[in-house]
Every structure is written in C-alpha cells, then in structure tokens.
Write a protein that binds this ligand. Structure first.
Ligand SMILES: Cc1ncc(COP(=O)(O)O)c(C=O)c1O
Length: 424
C-alpha cells in the first residue's frame, strides 16, 4: 500500500474485550467466607497452624471432598511435591521419572532429595506422559514416578499406576492444574500413592501461594507431615527431630482463605467446564486446529484451554496465530514453557550444589548410565511444544467472552489458512 492509499483507507476500529484474569479481582473471588474466616484468625491472635484451627479444618474438609484418609497443607505446590518425594525415602542416586513439560517445582524437589530426574516423553497432542513412555524409562534405579495432569486434562493415570504397580514403584500425581478432574469416576490425586496440589495465584483455588498433599497410606502421611515441619514428632510421647526436613507449614491466614476457596471449588470447575464446552462448540471443526480432549472415561477441568496448531494448515503455525490473536485482544501463550524441562540450566548444566554436580556425580550409584537430556530422545515433547497454543481460562468467563475468543480464533485461522485448505 502506498502513502496516498494509506491516507484514504479507513480502518475499522478494533473492538477489544477485557477478559477476566486470574491475576486480579476480575477473575478471582475472595468474597464471603474467606473474609469471615480471616477475621476469625486475626481476632484469635493465633496466626500459626500448630496452635490454630483454620489449617486443621481445611485439611479435614479437603480430605472429606477428596475422600482420602490424610491431607497436609503446605506452603506451595513445590513444597507438596517435595514432601511427596521425601516420602519415597530415596537413596542418593535413585531415579524418579517425571514429565518433560511441567513446572520446575515438580522436578527440583527430586534433586533436593538427592534423586536424579529421568524424563518420560509426552503425547504430542495432550502433552501428557503415557503408560508407554513411562514404562520405557523404568530401570533398576527407578524409585518413583511423578505424573503431571497438564492443563487440567488427566493423563492415563490408571495405566501409569498399573505400570508402576508391576514394578513396585509408587506413583505421585501432580494435580497442581487438575483440581476435581476424574478418571473412571475417581478424582485425580486419589489414584496414585500421593496427590499433590498447588494453590498459587492462578490455580482453580488459591491462597496466593500454597499447596496440599493427600494420601491413603498412613506411612506416607506420617512422613509427609513430619517432613513439612522439621520432622518434629509433635504428637509422639518422646518427640525429636527424626530426620532431615524443612518447615513448609501453611499459615492460619492461608488456611482461612483456603477454606473459603474450597467451598467454591465445585462451582469454579463446573463454570470452567461449561464455558470450555461452549468454546468447543463454537470452534467446531476448524482445519489445522485440534481442540483439547479428555481421554475416554476422564474429565478435563480446564486450568488452561490448550489448542494444537498444525503449521501445514495454518501458515506460520502457533507463532503466527498467537501474534494475530494477541494483536486482536486475545492473550495466549504459544509453546507454553518454550523448552523441555531438561534443557533448563539447572538440569542441563547440573547446577545443583556448588560446583559438585551432585547428585549426578557423587552418589553410591554413580557410574550407571546418565539420564538422557537430549531432545532427540523426546520427539513427542518437541512436536507438542512446537504446536501448542495455550489460552488462559477462567471461571468468570461469560458466553460473550467465549464468543469473542472464538470469533478471533476463527478469523485468525481463516487469515492464515494455507491455500490447499482454503475451501475447507
Ligand atoms: C504442574 C505443576 N506442578 C507444580 C507446580 C508448582 O507449584 P507452586 O508454584 O505452587 O510451587 C506448578 C505451579 O505452578 C504446576 O503447574
């Protein structure tokens, strides 16, 4: 377009809709019970959970909602994973299988417990580990499996549990993103040996920061409770600091907010699912775009709404589509975490304890084959990251928000459609 033409063409004003966000009060709700419970805490003068009642009540309520014997509230999802890994009582150099696409909080606790993270590849569409990819990584030093239910979409956790059981290896479910998601009628977090949750700002329920571990195994329950509190045996006749452990106690203020949030959780999940179903309906069959889909018998609870984009059908793939969407007012994240966990410096450069590279180099099992942190061994991960486009999702979305998002996606895909898909 020349300078003259630029002057005479009148551009349509771009209508931007403000979408609710989990970063602030447009997409978070702390009204009602949270305030009442918080006032109770402050009025009581007891802010610490050892003496207070809020965290204890929250743990009881969470256990009742999940139908499990034991819950322990902690300071973050990372702390929850750390408690679960600690319960595995690793020997230095033992291996724990994790997922290549997850939060680093699901991986570094393995190193803190002197374990070596080994990775299972993921399915390129769901970006979840599978029973097959986990089974491929089991070796003589494997002591646990951590399976993340990414974006709120359950992995085949029953299949992974069966693989673990065959080898006597416990499964830790990372449910930071999958509150109330189910598989064959069972809640994620109750299928493996231990379930871990995060209550960080953007999760289905939040206390700003926070976490939870759940289990039906009394030995795991005791170990995790002790680990979260300097291994001091409060209720024992002769308490002591029994083993190496930290302080991951949740405060009473967090416990108060968590109780209110838990009471809202079912409704939060229902609203997220309803609006996700509406977006599925509006997008329908969009060539080049695969919509998120739960495995048969599973329910997805939509922490995020993740699409897969085929660059053969959409010119420029996820990057071009993301740019168009952002320019037209729909925030989104192409490629999610951008690179697999094993390419982050902490793992790739073994930046652990000083310059030692422990536990990779200084364990009694040293000398075994090192884990593969080579992307050539993870084709599903590389393909999945190249194609995933993550849309924020929120329980405060209304039909008009979803219609806005769908409209923008459809226009962007139409504008980028490769000629051979033009008539589709
Ligand atoms: C899948 C997954 N695991 C673990 C974590 C760690 O949780 P936190 O940030 O509360 O430490 C997160 C966090 O955001 C997560 O999404």
């Amino acid at each position: 377009m020349n300078a003259h033409a630029r002057k005479v063409v009148k551009e349509e004003p771009l209508i931007i809709m403000q979408l609710p966000s989990d970063a602030n009060s447009t997409g978070r709700d702390f009204k009602g019970m949270e305030l009442g419970f918080l006032k109770e805490v402050l009025d009581s003068g007891t802010l610490n959970c050892v003496r207070g009642t809020q965290v204890k009540t929250f743990e009881k309520d969470f256990a009742a909602r999940y139908g499990v014997a034991s819950c322990r509230a902690v300071t973050s999802g990372t702390a929850a994973i750390h408690c679960a890994v600690a319960a595995m009582n690793l020997e230095p150099g033992d291996e724990v299988i994790g997922t290549t696409i997850t939060d680093m909080g699901a991986i570094t606790p393995i190193l803190y417990q002197q374990g070596i993270p080994v990775f299972a590849d993921v399915d390129p569409v769901s970006l979840n580990v599978t029973p097959e990819t986990v089974a491929e990584r089991i070796g003589p030093r494997t002591r646990a499996i951590i399976a993340t239910h990414l974006f709120g979409n359950p992995c085949d956790i029953e299949g992974i549990q069966a693989v673990g059981a065959k080898h006597g290896i416990p499964v830790i479910e990372d449910c930071a993103q999958s509150y109330l998601a189910t598989q064959n009628g069972k809640l994620t977090g109750t299928i493996g040996a231990i379930g871990c949750f995060s209550m960080q700002q953007g999760k289905h329920m939040t206390t700003g920061e926070g976490g939870m571990v759940i289990t039906n195994d009394p030995a795991h329950a005791r170990h995790m409770r002790l680990f979260s509190d300097k291994a001091w045996g409060y209720e024992d006749p002769k308490p002591d600091h029994y083993f190496l452990a930290l302080n991951y106690r949740m405060t009473e203020m967090q416990g108060a907010v968590a109780r209110g949030q838990l009471a809202k959780l079912d409704s939060v999940v229902e609203r997220r699912q309803m609006m996700a179903a509406y977006l599925d309906y509006l997008l329908g069959e969009t060539p080049g775009v695969t919509l998120p889909k739960a495995l048969p018998g599973s329910t997805h609870t939509y922490w995020k709404y993740a699409l897969t984009v085929d660059p053969e059908a959409v010119t420029g793939g996820v990057d071009a589509l993301a740019k168009q969407l952002k320019d037209s007012g729909v925030f989104c994240v192409p490629r999610y975490v951008v690179k697999p966990a094993f390419e982050c410096e902490v793992l790739a450069k073994r930046n652990t304890y000083g310059s030692s590279s422990c536990p990779y180099t200084c364990t009694k099992n040293a000398g075994g084959a090192p884990p593969s942190y080579d992307r050539a061994d993870y084709p599903g991960t590389i393909l999945g990251l190249d194609r995933v486009l993550v849309l924020p999702w929120n329980e405060h979305y209304q039909p008009e928000h979803v219609e806005f998002i769908a409209g923008r996606i459809k226009s962007a895909v139409a504008a980028l459609r490769q000629p051979q898909f033009a008539g589709v």
